[in-house]
Ligand binder design. Sequence first.
Ligand code: DPP
Ligand code: ZN
Length: 893
Amino acid sequence: SHTIYRKDYRPYPFTIERVQLHFALEPQHTIVTNTMHVIAKEHNATMVLNGEDIELQAIYINGKALTSYEYSDNLLQFKPSETEFDLKIVSSCNPSANSTLMGLYVSGQSFFTQCEAEGFRRITFFPDRPDVMSEYIVTIEADKKQYPYLLSNGNLISSQDLDNGRHQAVWHDPFLKPCYLFALVAGDFDIREKTSHTRSGREVLLQIYSDKGSGDQTLWALDSLERSIQWDEKRFNLELDLDRFMIVVTHDFNMGAMENKGLNIFNAVYVLADPETATDANYMGIESVVGHEYFHNWTGNRVTCRDWFQLSLKEGLTVFRDQEFSADMAARLLPPEAALSARTVKRIEDVTHLRAAQFPEDAGPMAHPIRPDSYQEIGNFYTMTVYEKGAEVIRMQHTLLGEEGFQQGMQEYFRRHDGQAVTCDDFVNAMESVYKARHSGKDFSVFRHWYSQAGTPTVNVQLDYDTHQQTASITLTQHCDKVGVEKLQADMEKKPFHIPFHIGMLNQAGQAIPLNIEGLEDITPTLQNGVLLDLKVPSQTWVFKGIKERPILSLLRDFSAPVSVIYDYSFEELAVLCAHDSNPFARWEATQELISREILRLTQCIQEEKSLALNPIIHQVWQHNLSDPLLDAAYRTWILALPSEKVLLERLHPITPLALNKALQFVRQSLATVHRDVWISTYQHYHAQEDYQPDPISIGKRSLKNLSLNYLLSIKDPEGIALAKTQYQQAKNMTDRMGAISALLHYADKADTETINQDFYQRFENNPLVMDKWFALQATSAQSVKTIRTLMDNPLFTLRNPNRVRALLFQFCMNNTEAFHQNNGEAYTFWAEQVIALDAINPEVAARFARVMDNWQRFAEPHKTQMQKALQSIAQQTALSKNTTEIIEKALS
Ligand code: DPP
Ligand code: ZN
């Protein structure tokens, strides 16, 4: 297959100043006329245009038909004889047959586009690369009755009726943009809108377009949009540059949403919400994705990427911004303690997500630096690494610079690069200019290795306590193995990372030890008596004086760097941290570490068929945290919950999924049995019927209540089952309803759940987003592949809708360990079949699904061989897409 390298980047030899597009929309035969004003930048250069799955009809230069061109392998090439000219290309496409959901396609009764990364070439012939930035004027012409709304980027210039019941609209986007930010929508919609004022007093129109009848479900998204605009003004000093900002909803979408200039297109799941149909998690997801896409207007659109290797330039930065937005929203209006707790809960969620999905990626065949050096298909590099680890790399710069310094760096970045297509280096250079000015002699030369090297570094911590001198010496030693393609580069040697490592110390009674940093280098004091150690070399020691007893170390507070920590804690030390660490993130981390060690030990016992017993220290810690009156409900949920199964799997060598699953069940049941009465009283305490509000306090109460239900149902406690049934029946919001039905389906006997399962189906049959929840519930609680096959026969199932595929197939293969990893290997064969079927319809989604087997080599037998066979059966297919081929090839290499 064809690999593209970052080092091969060359600027495009032409400027395309202006693009005038004319669309004659018909579902089966749309004609696109594209007139470009071109200026050559180099003498005698060949003009290369991309085009895929479209039919070329005619090419004109300055109105004269062009006959001498080459057209093969999706490339149209010719040598223009003039240095400035109008290039007009007419082509046609079939949007209704486009199941890839890239380019122009039909969803429901409407037209939508998706161009990032390389979808524009499926609409018209164009240099489909982000460093070609142009002014767009777009004319859309369509049947007026079917498509009363015709939308594109920027401002509406004119609209008029035409003959034969058709009409047209003309849009002009005054900002230069790369073609991946182009968008077009045509259809009939409900509209909800509001006028708002930017800080400088400009009036802006905010609009959300959604399917007929769903307008009332867009109010939370509209509200979130307005809050995003205000937040970006306040925290980042960035103002909306448009008079109109539109969001349009579609049910068929490969991603979450898309930040097209002034015309964001959203997957319905990130817009539509009301209390009866959307959960707390949905509400929070909407807030963060609406924020994310809005924040791209500056970080992504005003300053964009030079090439797709720089994707993290906009995605890592924009994820960091949406994480901060969500944290600020959660903390707003709360007193300081509660605000800290709310921010910590958001941080815990983000870190858990990173560890569960990015750490495995960084250890597997698809491992790549946040700025990759090569790819076969860019669609495969919209990864957890580029996004979430990318955000951690931005966060570390924020940590090193502080909020004020970071904001100065952002201003400098925009001062240098507004309106340009730039690189990750350009961003780091801007940040570094501020860093150097503030810390003489320091720079980001080691920090840059985060952009060029893959893998999760480990930091080994050693404590040497000297009783006589009363000194505590902390030695940090970092290490990172070669991963992914790095392994093929024999001459590559891994360089150290720049790791801001946040620590604190506690005495044996759990009180914070104030740390004296006098005379110590590379150290900054932080909150809660902590310090930030600045590790830039393979190993370094810091000696703290005046430490009167052997300290208990609180390590990597707030997850100050995306690394794994190795430190030889005793159970007793962890227990002290679990109850007393004044850094709430580190306190949660200690509970996770304590119980993870126990679960891993029990997994081993199951393998060896030994008897199982839970260390009593665990019960003491859970008892303490169940009753600590100082903890709010949201945070308490997290410190009482069990670690993610995915995070635990990563710590097994080899991976024994079924044994781990049993160990987890054993621990859950043991904690449920011993603390049974407290779970009941906790449930009752938080089970108040209030009007639904998606604020962090109310969300916390619902999550602790539902966690209690889960523990109780794991032991099939009869009172717990009765409470769950009542909760389901009396639920006034989807969070309560889902909490109850999910616990019932996962733990209770079928006789106890059948009626409720059917009730749910009938109640929400006509709401696709809720039916996705229903399919996901079935997928994660199914006991065998047979159930999944039956569900695929359900008339509501289709492989053509990505949300439905994710609900049933992804959920089954990723979140149902017991059934998916059954020893007969049947589910792996099923998975391979579905990858192949999906690949023929939608390669982007298929390739993502193909990644389920990424870490097959680390599984124990019989899984390993069975997984390999399944992968090979896909590799043998002849007509596989480029997307899926890359994933399967890398997995098998
Ligand atoms: N729409 C995707 C995102 O916002 C790709 N840019 O991350
Ligand atoms: Zn993004």
